[in-house]
Design a binder for this molecule. Structure first.
Ligand SMILES: NC(=O)c1ccc[n+]([C@@H]2O[C@H](COP(=O)([O-])OP(=O)(O)OC[C@H]3O[C@@H](n4cnc5c(N)ncnc54)[C@H](OP(=O)(O)O)[C@@H]3O)[C@@H](O)[C@H]2O)c1
Length: 325
């Protein structure tokens, strides 16, 4: 697979998102053996960057990866995230990037992942109670201590990115970016390019929607965050089906699958972009990584870039409040 640079970090340009193996999507946690086979198959196919977070479970996704990576740790660029679990008592889904909390979170992640260092350690969401200079200062100390190799931010706004990068080089920003979520193009992407920071688009398949396999809003199990998500419910869901149909039609025209087209479109946006499609199935990791070989013609890229915007926001009100835009 083609490799690119995120900052000065070398990665294969298609990574693997591990979240859905354990958390947040229908079927999570139902077949750990297949999830582990998927991780192994991804590595065999040339994937290097594997993405998880402390909050996924919480903890169970890192536990799973720790098992999957036994004996293969050195073959991957291991990325995880802190800042959505407060170890001071408030627990999960509490923003806490205080220095003490970062250190506690990291020790837990290292233990669960069975490693002595994290290759790319992200702040999962900006914490309004801890200045970003203090956050990155703590992370820079952890780089010096050898416990993390690179620093990332997730869903941070332009001002935060600038301030963070002034303290210590930021290697990558991970934000939602896909055919139906283009919000970062105007204000975030130019800042990343100004500083040579890489972009890791999360949910590149629109949480599965862009693949055309999500057809019924009643199919989401309890615990699947798409239940109640504005894009996946009611009239918005019905309207968005037309968008998925359009991706499907374009994919048929180029002889690829919709998932491959969605990934290839992202790859065509620049050599500083490494999406992390999520799957817990071997067949799908094979399908998704094959997008590396799909070169979309200019007219197809234009058709894809001209798709109508999605109906509905990416998050609920509570989720939106945690994003910097
Ligand atoms: N930084 C953040 O705040 C943040 C937020 C969300 C996600 N993430 C990261 O981004 C990664 C990916 O995001 P995501 O899982 O939300 O969304 P995604 O990658 O856009 O889509 C994943 C969904 O698509 C399905 N899928 C995958 N390949 C497919 C294919 N070829 N055909 C049909 N369906 C397919 C998966 O089902 P199966 O698993 O059953 O194949 C899963 O339900 C996560 O694993 C996580 O690491 C980060």
């Amino acid at each position: 697979m083609k490799h690119i640079k995120l900052g000065d970090l070398d990665v294969a340009r298609i990574g693997l998102g591990a979240m859905g193996m354990s958390h947040g999507l229908t079927g999570a946690g139902t077949d750990d053996a297949e999830s582990i086979r998927t991780v192994h198959r991804a590595i065999d196919l040339g994937v290097t960057m594997i993405d998880t977070a402390e909050i996924y479970g919480p903890y169970t996704n890192e536990d799973l990866l720790g098992r999957a990576l036994k004996g293969r740790r050195d073959q991957v660029v291991l990325a995880t995230k802190f800042g959505l679990v407060s170890h001071a008592g408030a627990g999960a889904w509490t923003l806490d990037s205080s220095p003490a909390n970062i250190r506690t979170a990291l020790e837990g992640s290292l233990k669960r992942l069975g490693t002595d260092h994290i290759d790319l350690y992200y702040q999962h969401r900006v914490d309004p109670n801890t200045p970003i200079e203090e956050v990155v200062g703590t992370l820079a100390e952890l780089v010096t201590e050898g416990k993390i190799r690179h620093i990332g931010l997730s869903e941070a706004g332009p001002d935060t990115i600038r301030r963070a990068h002034a303290v210590h080089p930021i290697t990558a920003v991970q934000s939602e970016y896909s055919l139906w979520t283009r919000g970062i193009e105007d204000r975030i992407l130019p800042v990343l390019r100004e500083f040579g920071i890489g972009l890791v688009p999360f949910s590149p398949l629109g949480h599965g929607f862009l693949t055309g396999t999500v057809r019924n809003e009643n199919d989401f199990e309890e615990g699947d965050f798409r239940r109640g998500n504005p894009r996946f419910t009611g009239e918005n869901f019905r309207r968005n089906l037309a968008l998925a149909d359009e991706v499907q039609a374009i994919a048929a025209d180029v002889g690829a699958t919709p998932a491959q087209v969605a990934i290839a479109w992202l790859l065509a946006q620049g050599d500083d972009i490494a999406p992390i499609p999520g799957t817990k199935r071997v067949t799908r990791v094979e399908e998704n990584t094959a997008a590396d070989r799909l070169q979309l013609p200019a007219d197809v890229l234009t058709r894809l870039s001209s798709l109508p915007p999605a109906a509905g926001d990416t998050h609920t009100e509570a989720g939106l409040r945690m994003l910097e835009r």
